[in-house]
Design a protein around this ligand. Sequence first.
Ligand code: ADP
Length: 328
Amino acid sequence: MTRVFSGIKPTGHLTLGNYLGAMRQWAAVDQHRAEALFCIVDLHALTVDHDPARVRRLSRQAATLLLAAGLDPRLCTVFVQSHVDEHARLSYLLECVATDGEMRRMIQYKEKAAREQRRGGSVRLSLLTYPVLMAADILAYGADEVPVGDDQAQHVELTRDLAVRFNQRYGHTFVVPRATHPTVAARVMNLQDPTAKMGKSDDTGPGIVSLLDEPETVRKKVVRAVTDSGRDVVYDRESRPGVANLLEILAACSGGNPETLGGVYESYGALKRDTAEAVVEVLRPVQERHKELCADPGYVEGVLRDGAERARAMSRPTVDAAYRAIGL
Ligand code: ADP
């Protein structure tokens, strides 16, 4: 059976981008067709300035939201990265296979390191080595597929390179995985800056819809979304990024096609109103289930404990084999 691995970072409140671009497919498709593992990658949240209590709280919230979004622990494995030692164990071995130059070429590293420096902060070494830990996350489980948004394509490519290099040098140990990208909403953009991804780090921003935003907040954010000059509603990512983003969100929420929907609307106002309502409707069941799960913290705790146990059993043989192959 195909094995699928994907993760989510507890660096902020999960967004509509995370949901449409990742979580929804995990729940609707991946957990049914494959042996799937979904991980809250808390070690990755330590690569930039962080507050320990907040990381712990956000990890728990992310786990609860994954279950609220429909991940079913009877069908897939949901767990927290730091509960399973194999990730860090394997990451070190892969650091001995990766090169400094290859790490410095990662686009996300360049962007995030530049951001840290602009803020006057120092760049943590773990920000540089983060893609190696991500490679360990994937390779430890022998995953065949990694469903991720467009932004993660380069990291999965690196994971493939490391797997091939390790196998060639030390004997066949790892499955060489491939990235799969959603056909809709692979890149939901910020409502206030449609040239930037709707990322969760800046979670208080008016351009970011959080999965737990109240309907009124969602409506306000969508209605205030930046649109482009011009009046007619057409789907054109290059010259009309704001309108294109709204059409994509509407299409992803209502099941339509962004180009066709572009022909339906005569004003930006009507498009925004319908998009806001579509988002509210998509979030409603997730928020209801989230509320129920929050009332039963023992259940979430149990899911994570079982998930970690299963994940340990699945990853240990591969990581042990890698230790032997490399000469330890
Ligand atoms: P973030 O960039 O919000 O910190 P993560 O790195 O935790 O997100 O990514 C979790 C998953 O959500 C990944 O598969 C990522 O590609 C996807 N994702 C994140 N933001 C978006 C977005 N704005 N549009 C589509 N998919 C996204």
